[in-house]
Design a protein around this ligand. Structure first.
Ligand code: AHR
Length: 653
């Protein structure tokens, strides 16, 4: 079925040439933050995903202390004189009592441990002799393949009775989809082990190199973290508290993950947050990928989906809000403060004396109703007083429109936040019909942050009620995004959501990037985001047909920008019709154009998708295109997103 049929679009005649006029005079500036990414630890996006730690429950702190581990022989959990105050549990391995039987434990990581051929693996453990009278204990560490055959092994000798860190490097001579690590005692002396860790040698600051590259190549302008609903928590006690996510990784206390057993159709009782990927890592990742950081903090409201507003522990009373406000103030100090300040010093101690140059902060994730503005105001008063330069981002709630949304916006205007975070997960049809959404937005109030959005196309083979990434949804996003771009004077940032999903561990889809334990795949939607962010330009250009914006009439959508740095005109067009459309691009006021490029994203089938096995099924194709003076005649194929790029001719001497 074609996209046009799916959306019941009229089958227009293709012969008539559309005349698009692009005014070459640069208009409103486009913010560097315009296209970005939204990160949340959902779908095993952090632990088991971007965070490259391969061992599940490495500190034995999951409520079922040995969850993720198989033990054999004589293994017990203890907490006497622990290595880490906030993660006090560890395991003791003692001889089994039988000369022919071993004691030890094994861990299959997250959905089986992926091992790559010729890759090294950095093992570490905190260990001590269990008995003060003990002399020397030995543990053997083995990487094991999916046929239960050891791939590599190392032995560590422990002669200390105080906790000490030991390391070993292992190497895999083969690729294994679902391996495991096994540790067993090779001595008569018993041993205590804690924080058992394994990272692939190619990690970037503890993060999976391939997934970091997937983010880097998006060239995001803004990086929103750490969510999402996990900011709010199932209750206040389980909200994301950034201070628990900094300092030595071994002593960051465990938190539950709000997505563990929320959805009956996708239960993951083993889903926790170790905070190995914490706020320091988020900030350095922002730098690495060239995006401005945008942390979102709890406003003192637990997830409003999971709690009735009057439920106990659903929100902090106003008189109890100060610790929450302090979390925001201290975070700004952690990010930007001098190294002589308490939190600035911690940043320096962790390895980054220079400030992170935080410019904005979100207070509350997806809040609604009267409980929100009054709390937000209490935050704003103190943030404004201490850090007047920091922009504040408020929320308009979980819907794209309606009473709750209108109330949210009214309150955000009244309070004077700089940005309002809108969320919409809607059908492709909605996205196509809403390409003009921002055309009439108030230009004097707060700016828009489309902080979570994605087109959800339901009705896939075998799973009729669950949406999935596909070309049809991506095309509708591309069409809608012409409206973001045209309105870049009021839309200052936009982030598709969610970002990551493990193919076996997802709770929510679609998602921008999918992965297993060995590799990742960029969805078709990723390519749409990338084409926008790498072609965002510096200024909006007016693009019209018959004096009107091109926003869906006859199944065409278009926007244009100028890039002052590259001196390029960039035009984006989406054609959702079943026929090609002939279009003349007339650049009014431009000099003669040199040959340019056209980049095309197309699939015959709206359900076409990229997968781990077929990652390049739908990817952009680029070729050259000629101009005629300041005009260009193009034919935009049916059901296609195209990006045209031209420079003016330079005078040759
Ligand atoms: O992106 C998934 C969830 O959708 C986010 O956690 C929440 O903010 C929204 O409801």
């Amino acid at each position: 079925m074609s996209l046009a049929a799916a959306f019941l679009l009229p089958m227009g005649a293709s012969a008539q040439q559309h005349q698009f006029t692009i005014n070459a005079k640069p208009g409103a500036p486009i913010q560097s933050t315009m296209y970005g990414i939204f990160f949340e630890d959902i779908n095993f996006g952090a632990d088991g995903g971007l965070y490259a730690e391969m061992i599940e429950n490495r500190s034995f702190e999951f409520p079922s202390r040995l969850m993720g581990w198989n033990t054999f022989g004589n293994v017990a959990v203890n907490d006497v004189k622990p290595a880490f105050e906030r993660n006090p549990h560890y395991v003791t391995i003692e001889p089994s009592g039988h000369a022919e039987k071993h004691s030890g434990l094994e861990n299959r990581g997250f959905f089986g441990m992926g091992l790559k051929k010729d890759m090294t693996y950095d093992f570490s453990v905190h260990a001590r002799l269990h008995d003060l009278q003990g002399r020397e204990a030995k543990i053997r560490i083995e990487l094991v393949d999916d046929q239960n055959v050891p791939v590599d092994r190392q032995t560590i000798t422990i002669g200390n009775s105080q906790w000490k860190k030991f390391t070993a490097t292992l190497k895999s001579d083969r690729t294994v989809q679902k391996g495991l690590i096994r540790i067993f005692l090779e001595s008569s002396d018993a041993v205590d082990l804690d924080h058992v860790s394994l990272f692939p040698g190619d990690n970037w600051n503890g993060l999976r190199a391939d997934l970091v590259k997937d983010l880097e190549d998006l060239k995001p302008g803004i990086f929103r973290f750490p969510g999402g609903c996990i900011v709010e928590g199932t209750d206040l006690a389980t909200r994301y508290q950034w201070k628990n996510s900094v300092g030595p990784a071994e002593d960051r206390p465990l938190n539950e993950n709000r997505w563990n057993y929320t959805f009956a159709h996708r239960l993951f009782p083993n889903y926790y947050q170790t905070y190995g990927l914490g706020f320091y890592e988020y900030f350095i990742l922002s730098e690495k990928i060239g995006a401005e950081p945008l942390p979102i903090l709890s406003v003192g409201l637990a997830c409003q989906y999971q709690n009735k507003d009057d439920a106990p522990n659903a929100h902090a009373a106003l008189e109890d809000l100060q610790p929450y406000i302090d979390e925001a103030l201290d975070l700004i100090e952690f990010a930007n403060g001098a190294t002589t300040t308490k939190w600035g010093k911690l940043r320096a101690d962790m390895g980054h004396p220079a400030p992170f140059n935080l410019k904005q902060i979100g207070v509350g994730n997806e809040q609604w109703g009267e409980l929100y503005p009054v709390r937000l105001k209490a935050f704003m008063d103190q943030i404004r007083k201490k850090y007047p330069e920091i922009k504040i981002c408020g929320s308009s709630g979980p819907s794209a429109s309606g009473e709750m949304f209108d109330y949210g916006w009214k309150e955000m205007r009244r309070l004077g936040v700089e940005l309002v975070d809108e969320h919409y997960y809607m059908s492709p049809d909605w996205f196509l019909k809403n390409a003009g959404r921002y055309d009439n937005y108030d230009r004097k109030g707060p700016k828009v942050f489309a902080g979570e959005y994605a087109s959800h196309m339901k009705g896939l083979d075998g799973e009729p009620t669950v949406a999935m990434n596909n070309f049809g949804a991506a095309l509708s996003e591309a069409a809608f995004m012409t409206g973001l771009e045209r309105n870049a004077d009021v839309v200052h940032q936009a982030t598709y959501a969610p970002l990551f999903a493990h193919v076996e561990g997802w709770q929510w889809r679609p998602d921008l990037i999918w992965f297993d334990n060995l590799k990742s795949v960029r969805s078709v939607n990723w390519y749409v985001q990338m084409l926008y962010s790498t072609n965002k330009g510096t200024n909006v250009l007016s693009l019209t047909e018959d004096g009107k914006a091109v926003k869906g009439e006859g199944g065409l959508y278009a926007s244009a920008v100028y890039d002052k740095n590259a001196k390029q005109y960039i035009v984006k067009i989406v054609n959702v019709n079943e026929q090609a459309k002939e279009i003349a691009l007339n650049f009014k006021g431009a000099k003669a154009l040199a040959a340019g490029t056209v980049t095309t994203l197309h699939a015959d089938n709206p359900k076409a998708t990229n997968s781990l096995d077929n990652p390049h099924n739908v990817v952009p194709q680029e070729k050259a295109i000629q101009a005629n003076g300041s005009n260009v005649s193009v034919s935009v194929p049916a059901q296609t997103f195209v990006v045209y790029k031209f420079s003016e001719m330079t005078n040759k001497k």
